[in-house]
Ligand binder design. Sequence first.
Ligand code: FE
Ligand code: FE
Ligand code: FE
Length: 158
Amino acid sequence: MKDLLIHELKDIYNAEQQITKALPKMMEACSSDRLRMAFEDHFKVTEKQIQRLDKVFEMVGEKATGEKCKAMEGIIKECESMMSERADKSVMDAALIACAQRVEHYEIAAYGTVRTYANQLGMQDVVKQLEMTLKEEKQTDALLTEIAEQAVNIKAER
Ligand code: FE
Ligand code: FE
Ligand code: FE
């Protein structure tokens, strides 16, 4: 179980690093100020989450290394091909939210899993760290839904 926990931590560590590279491109492709601010905030949060994972690796006595997360690579590739399309500004914003929510849902699944493993293994200090990040990912997902429903999707429909 501990080996599996470490494997999953390496996967999400790499996924987070891929996200820090993708978010600046998404900020550039985006037209809504509110959405751009959400991406910018989450970029900063993501950097802190990586530092948190560094701490977690230390706690479990493992070197902080990543293992290529092919799923995140795929999600980001889809996002990049979306960004290369020509579209009305608000339609592009709606598409960016669709991509970003896929990213957040992957992270919610991953952090929920490692949190549960750490709990099973009695690593309460690790659980605490992972739960902080899980909460942030869920909050971001909810914020994206709000921005979509209150602004971006309405504009895109017009
Ligand atoms: Fe994250
Ligand atoms: Fe993965
Ligand atoms: Fe995230």
